[in-house]
Design a protein around this ligand. Structure first.
Ligand SMILES: *Cc1c(COP(=O)(O)O)cnc(C)c1O
Length: 394
């Protein structure tokens, strides 16, 4: 039988056709008025997408490049920083800040868990310069409470800057960047933006810009002050990935259409979609007798514990071999123990129903007793009860 390859991974995510077409036809020089117009409009649209008044920059790198830029631009050797970590991406903050030479305080939670407010409060004091956290920890499927973290920071370490890796958070969860006081928020092109990997973006507060006037870590490619000057003129400091920028412009146009002319409304449609698909997936997994790995599940992805200690690699392989579905295994220590299904970006009801149907048959093929259809039934009930379900019946 015909088998379509489909991505259910927390990045890269399914590509938006209009963005692919735009990308394929991009033949443009980056120091021209035409490109400056596209670049300026894209930066302005990203501000609307993020929902911030802060300056937004685009960087030609994977998301980790912007994470490194946050560390190198906002800190100096010996700065005391606090890293909140509960998974592989939290550990990336730990590695980055350590490698650069910060004095790193760690607040960790077990994989699958999030931080308690009391622990965060205990970890904060006025000597902390910067706090690093994920909005959603893609390795475990956990959502961290960024609003609560920001509030604690304001009262217990008001001078500390808050840096949020929202690479899978943006476009899947509500983040009120300016009123919560997120100083540096990071996104990546291969997540909710529906285009290939290769671009990172960030919104930077005035406090963070002021900090950069005095920090001492070396930086060159990721010198954000230089990038900001170029961006003000509609350019990037170095040769940008022009085809990806054109694709991004098309994706942002699509989101504006989705919001009937309002990009912020389009973003909210995207978030609501992720939420309902995640809820359907969680309900289906539980109806099939599976355990969710995350204590506070994100809408970006659902991490499911492999049942009966089956190597989750077998589940991932069966999805691929039987259905052409690319589902993510656990990372590092979690490899073999869980699998992850994402609900990010260009992803909808039919994708969700498809992967749940496939999940039932994958489990069945591995010899597990599952009542075929019970996961689908639970998912349908979630959909029918939801706003989206009501609208689709109207
Ligand atoms: C995808 C992702 C990253 C970035 O990974 P890159 O491979 O550098 O793009 C960072 N943090 C989270 C939470 C992610 O999901």
């Amino acid at each position: 039988m015909l088998r379509k390859n489909r991505l259910f991974t927390p990045g890269p995510t399914p590509l938006l056709p209009a963005a692919q077409v735009a990308m394929a036809s991009a033949n443009i020089h980056h120091r021209t008025a035409d490109f400056r117009a596209i670049y300026s409009r894209t930066l302005a649209d990203l501000k609307e997408l993020i929902g911030t008044r802060n300056d937004v920059l685009l960087l030609v790198s994977s998301g980790t490049g912007a994470m490194e830029a946050a560390v190198s631009n906002l800190n100096s050797a010996g700065d005391k920083v606090l890293v909140l970590t509960a998974g592989k991406f939290g550990e990336r903050w730990q590695e980055l800040t350590t490698r650069f030479g910060c004095k790193v305080e760690i607040l960790s939670a077990a994989y699958g868990q999030t931080f308690s407010p009391a622990d965060i409060q205990a970890g904060l004091d006025s000597s902390i310069r910067t706090v690093f956290v994920q909005a959603t920890e893609s390795s475990t499927g956990v959502r961290h409470d960024v609003e609560a973290i920001a509030r604690l920071l304001r009262s217990h370490a008001p001078d500390a800057l808050l840096v949020v890796d929202a690479i899978t958070g943006l476009g899947t969860t509500h983040l009120d960047v300016d009123s919560w006081g997120i100083d540096f928020i990071i996104g990546g092109s291969q997540k909710a933006l529906m285009i290939p990997p290769g671009l990172a973006y960030c919104a930077v507060s005035e406090r963070a810009w002021a900090r950069m006037e005095t920090t001492q870590f070396p930086r060159y490619y990721f010198d954000l002050r230089r990038e900001r000057k170029a961006a003000a003129k509609g350019e990037s400091a170095f040769t940008p990935a022009t085809s990806l920028v054109v694709a991004l412009a098309a994706a942002l146009d699509y989101l504006r259409q989705l919001g009937n002319g309002d990009l912020g409304a389009g973003r909210n449609v995207l978030i609501a979609g992720a939420e309902i698909c995640a809820e359907m997936t969680r309900a289906a997994a539980q109806a099939l007798g599976l355990k969710l790995f995350a204590s506070a599940p994100a809408a970006a992805l659902t991490a499911i514990t492999s049942p009966y200690a089956i190597d989750s690699g077998k589940i991932v392989a069966a999805f691929r071999d039987k259905f052409g579905a690319v589902v993510a295994n656990g990372q590092a220590e979690m490899k073999g123990k869980l699998f992850r299904i994402a609900h990010i970006g260009y992803y909808d009801y039919l994708d969700t129903i498809g992967i749940i149907g496939a999940l039932e048959l994958v489990l069945d093929s591995l010899g597990l007793k599952v009542e075929t259809g019970s996961g689908l039934r639970a998912a349908q009930q979630v959909w029918t009860k939801s706003n989206a379900g009501q609208l689709s019946r109207a």
